[in-house]
Design a protein around this ligand. Structure first.
Ligand SMILES: *[C@@H]1O[C@H](CO)[C@@H](O)[C@H](O)[C@H]1NC(C)=O
Ligand SMILES: *[C@@H]1O[C@H](CO)[C@@H](O)[C@H](O)[C@H]1NC(C)=O
Ligand SMILES: *[C@@H]1O[C@H](CO)[C@@H](O)[C@H](O)[C@H]1NC(C)=O
Length: 373
């Protein structure tokens, strides 16, 4: 039952639950049209899609969430440096939420522990607190949606296209929510990823599905999707054994979230952040690391959303003690790795970390070889 890699860096994206806020606003600001206005001066009727949704487009600099947060222990300036470079190369904007040293959490402030687990001063408690701080920040600041990521991740060079397409799928082709025949029902809602979720998972390291509701999924083709054979074995198995997809280059599956593992990359709506804080240690107690708690609460149906497989955010590894901030014994271990230059990630068609050199390496003395501005 104990934890799998509890990754502690977060990007949070929040959405307000919704359309009714926006439509109220819209109504308030719509000027009333006097009846006597001649026909020709009347605004055209609101455009219908004529049964054709608009084309997918790339996500914006916060990947179509209101904010992107990443969780990083303040002492990991090495990881923060790397993320600044990656964000700049990808044209995205990240905001740091500091990771928490579990020793700084007063015992009175600890959630009451379910199942007799003693998490006092454990890295899992610090990890939970960092995520809880992210949720709290989203709630306090009325952030509609936020993406929460960790500081040891990698993503694809074309992340904006990947997220734009997923948003399009959730908004315009959402067969889980509307059924195969009725996806058009969602077209009028004005939320980039649809308006109906607490959580979106696109940075899990493992995934359990609801075997009783395998109907709650659909597949789509993503030109920037990886060859599934390059992804972690768990995702290969999910494709083959659960969704019965063989081969499937560039194929992705959206399923109803059930048991995501690791918190390397997930989004929450504001209501999702509230539900997480309420169910996981901020009101009710907890007994396990935060990712397990999120999975349990999702399995119980208290929190819900959508999961992308294979995921868009994956772990970046360099080997040695630099790879985790969640094992206390590791903190003072020698850094035996060779650093980012020899690092690796899995399941991405075109890793942005590996792409850095192509953007930044040049040689002025060789006729400015590879010069870019
Ligand atoms: C990106 O889109 C989201 C959702 O529409 C919006 O909340 C956010 O402000 C946008 N980001 C930027 C930087 O404009
Ligand atoms: C829990 O663990 C902490 C730190 O190891 C220890 O000080 C404390 O006494 C433990 N509490 C219980 C109830 O066992
Ligand atoms: C929409 O989803 C269906 C499955 O429900 C899938 O067959 C189809 O390819 C998807 N459409 C697009 C444009 O991806």
């Amino acid at each position: 039952m104990l934890q799998v890699v509890v990754v502690c860096t977060i990007i949070l994206t929040l959405f307000f639950t919704a359309s009714h806020f926006k439509s109220d606003l819209w109504r308030k600001h719509l000027p009333s049209i006097p009846d006597q206005v001649p026909q020709s001066f009347r605004p055209p009727p609101s455009l219908s899609f004529k049964n054709q949704p608009p084309k997918p487009k790339p996500a914006n600099s916060t990947l179509d969430f209101q904010e992107i947060f990443y969780i990083s222990m303040p002492y990991r300036t090495d990881r923060q440096d790397a993320l600044s470079l990656l964000a700049a190369v990808s044209g995205i904007k990240l905001t740091m939420i500091p990771g928490i040293d579990p020793k700084t959490i007063h015992h009175k402030a600890e959630p009451h522990m379910i199942g007799g687990n003693n998490m006092t001063a454990t890295p899992a408690l610090g990890c939970w607190r960092a995520h809880a701080n992210a949720w709290k920040h989203i709630i306090d600041n009325n952030i509609e949606t936020a993406l929460i990521v960790e500081d040891d991740i990698d993503w694809d060079v074309n992340i904006k296209d990947i997220m734009g397409l997923w948003g399009w799928q959730l908004r315009y082709n959402n067969t889980i929510r509307w059924g195969r025949e009725n996806v058009e029902k969602g077209w009028k809602e004005d939320c980039p990823y649809g308006c109906d979720w607490d959580e979106l998972w696109m940075g899990q390291c493992g995934n359990a599905v609801n075997k009783e509701r395998l109907d709650l999924h659909w597949r789509y083709s993503d030109p920037n999707g990886p060859d599934i054979g390059s992804a972690d074995e768990g995702f290969q198995k999910e494709f083959k054994d659960i969704w019965k997809i063989s081969g499937g280059d560039g194929m992705r599956v959206t399923s109803a979230t059930y048991g995501p593992l690791c918190t390397m990359g997930y989004a929450v709506s504001r209501m999702g952040a509230m539900r997480m804080l309420y169910h996981i240690g901020g009101w009710h107690g907890m007994g396990l690391p935060v990712d397990n708690e999120i999975a349990f609460k999702t399995e119980d149906g208290y929190i819900s959303g959508y999961t992308m497989t294979p995921p868009a955010f994956t772990a970046w590894r360099v080997g040695g003690s630099r790879d985790t901030d969640n094992a206390l014994s590791n903190n003072n271990a020698p850094t035996t790795d060779e650093g980012n230059e020899k690092g690796w990630s899995k399941g991405l068609k075109s890793s942005v970390r590996k792409h850095l050199a192509q953007v930044l390496d040049k040689n002025y003395w060789k006729d400015m070889e590879n010069e870019r501005r």
